[in-house]
Design a protein around this ligand. Structure first.
Ligand SMILES: Nc1ncnc2c1ncn2[C@@H]1O[C@H](COP(=O)(O)OP(=O)(O)OP(=O)(O)O)[C@@H](O)[C@H]1O
Ligand SMILES: [Mg+2]
Length: 474
């Protein structure tokens, strides 16, 4: 009933004085059916009766009486081989409409508790909000799109003479503003595909609150500056990528021994760019189609991460030869065999599908064994930057000691500097020595921590010397 009244109100507003008024009389008896329908069936049933019987009938008899175009935006994910899912649009529209709903609608639905503190407001059934764009008024309402549908959608209604403006300019404006509102309002997310959720969702997420930043990342300052400049350059290059006809993406391969800061670097990148992270566990991806589905469900302004690429799937050109690797190889192989993911699937994933997406994306692979990776995976063009994270040098130590002990200079630094030139120790191991437990937090705390690091470095130096001697003898 409310829908019919809204329809009439709009029509009267837009067509007052036109000859089409004459036709109103012809359909008035039909409109009279509405209260009867509302009386005999529940509220939703009445509205559906109007939507599915009366309104099409009016439209069929006298198209000029209903000059409105409607577009339904559904929140349900839709997949097809070549189509990006559409449920992003629903979220974006809701975010765009939220301030209007807060201002105009009387009955609202609140959504978005999962996004942290903010809520996204949308109109409840039969509630309408209006928006004005370039002098044209359009209306949004929550409706059930079809009789079978169990979930509501947002219906946009506008006069057909504004079709070009709405489709060509207004809807892109809504999406763009909605996306900005979403990114601005909410905390960033760490998505993972390690999910036992049997619903439609392929990703689950938690708030991303990793404290690592480029300030806390221990590495040579020049190298760090270079990476940050690169990221700035990437972020500001939308027009450039458009002009040269390349997808707006960047691939990084981070390699180095365990504990040298590869994961910390990814977190620092995400914090620096304010991007979400999608952490893909390849061993949980049964086949290439699922990988594609996962990718389709990612959003722009994100870092897609595949950690330990060499362990995730049989993508290496040779197997590892050292003893430790041999011990784990059998278990690894079992895990990998259960996956039908292939190298070519992954390669397609990296280059082919990029181009189907808009919005900037970074993909990061990490590995401890860069030499063992298939060259096809890391060839130029696929991975734009290969970055080695290595053992702790003096510059990296200076960052760690500032982070952990808040000191810039100390007499023991020169001993540490000399030892670091001779000993291979990871930043993670240095950080462990510099951790100050509660009981050590007194005026001697700094000496105790630095002394612990010196002891550790000397112990390793000694071990290295003995190893070398044994090697020379044997
Ligand atoms: N370069 C670094 N700067 C600051 N902290 C570091 C760095 N490297 C390691 N750490 C410390 O060591 C911990 C482990 O580091 P991280 O997980 O980033 O290493 P990784 O290279 O990803 O190791 P793996 O190869 O085992 O995944 C971090 O939580 C951090 O505290
Ligand atoms: Mg890691």
């Amino acid at each position: 009933m409310i829908n019919t009244m809204l329809l009439l109100r709009r029509w009267v507003g837009d067509n007052l004085g036109s000859p089409a008024w004459l036709f109103l009389a012809a359909v008035a008896p039909l409109a009279a059916v509405a209260p009867l329908a509302a009386a005999v069936v529940p509220r939703r049933g009445a509205r559906m009766y109007l939507d599915f019987h009366l309104r099409p009938l009016i439209k069929w008899m006298l198209p000029s009486l209903d000059p409105y175009v409607t577009i339904d935006i559904s929140g349900k994910p839709r997949y097809s081989m070549d189509k990006i899912k559409s449920s992003d649009v629903d979220e974006e529209v809701k975010a765009y409409l939220s301030p209007m709903c807060a201002r105009d609608a009387l009955e609202l639905d609140a959504d978005g508790a999962a996004d942290g503190d903010g809520v996204v407001l949308s109109p409840r059934e039969d509630q309408e909000v209006s928006d004005v764009f370039k002098g044209v008024t359009v209306r949004w309402a929550s409706v059930w799109p079809t009789r079978e549908d169990s979930s509501q959608c947002l219906r946009l209604t506008f006069h057909q003479r504004h079709r070009d403006l709405v489709v060509g300019e207004y809807l892109p404006h809504v999406r763009h503003s909605g996306r900005d509102a979403l990114l601005g309002n909410r905390r960033r997310r760490l998505y993972t595909n390690k999910t036992n959720d049997y619903s439609n969702k392929v990703w689950t997420y938690i708030d991303f609150e990793h404290p690592a930043t480029f300030d806390t990342l221990a590495m040579h300052p020049e190298k760090k500056r270079k990476i940050m400049d690169e990221l700035d350059d990437f972020r500001n290059s939308k027009d450039y990528y458009n002009r040269i006809g390349k997808p707006w993406k960047r691939g990084y391969l981070l390699y180095g021994p365990p504990g040298t800061g590869k994961s910390s670097m990814i977190a620092a990148m995400a914090n620096y760019l304010s991007y979400d992270i999608y952490d893909i566990e390849l061993t949980m991806v049964p086949n290439n189609t699922n990988l594609r589905k996962l990718f389709i469900e990612t959003k722009g302004k994100s870092i897609i991460v595949i950690e330990d690429i060499d362990c995730s799937i049989d993508l290496t050109s040779h197997r590892r030869s050292d003893d430790t690797a041999a011990a784990t190889a059998s278990a690894d192989r079992k895990r990998k065999r259960s996956s039908k993911m292939t190298l070519s699937g992954l390669l397609n994933f990296i280059d082919g599908i990029w181009s189907a997406h808009s919005g900037e994306r970074i993909i990061v692979f990490t590995t401890n064994f860069v030499d063992k990776l298939d060259p096809a995976l890391i060839r130029r063009g696929r991975m734009d930057m290969k970055l080695e994270l290595s053992y702790c040098g003096y510059e990296a130590f200076m960052t760690l000691v500032k982070n952990y002990l808040d000191v810039d200079a100390h007499p023991l630094f020169s001993t540490i500097k000399d030892l670091l030139q001779e000993v291979e120790i990871t930043p993670a191991e240095v950080a462990e020595c510099l951790l100050m437990p509660n009981k050590e937090r007194n005026e001697h705390g700094v000496e105790v921590c630095l002394g612990r690091l010196i002891d550790e470095l000397r112990k390793r130096l000694q071990l290295d010397k003995e190893k070398k001697k044994r090697h020379e003898k044997g």
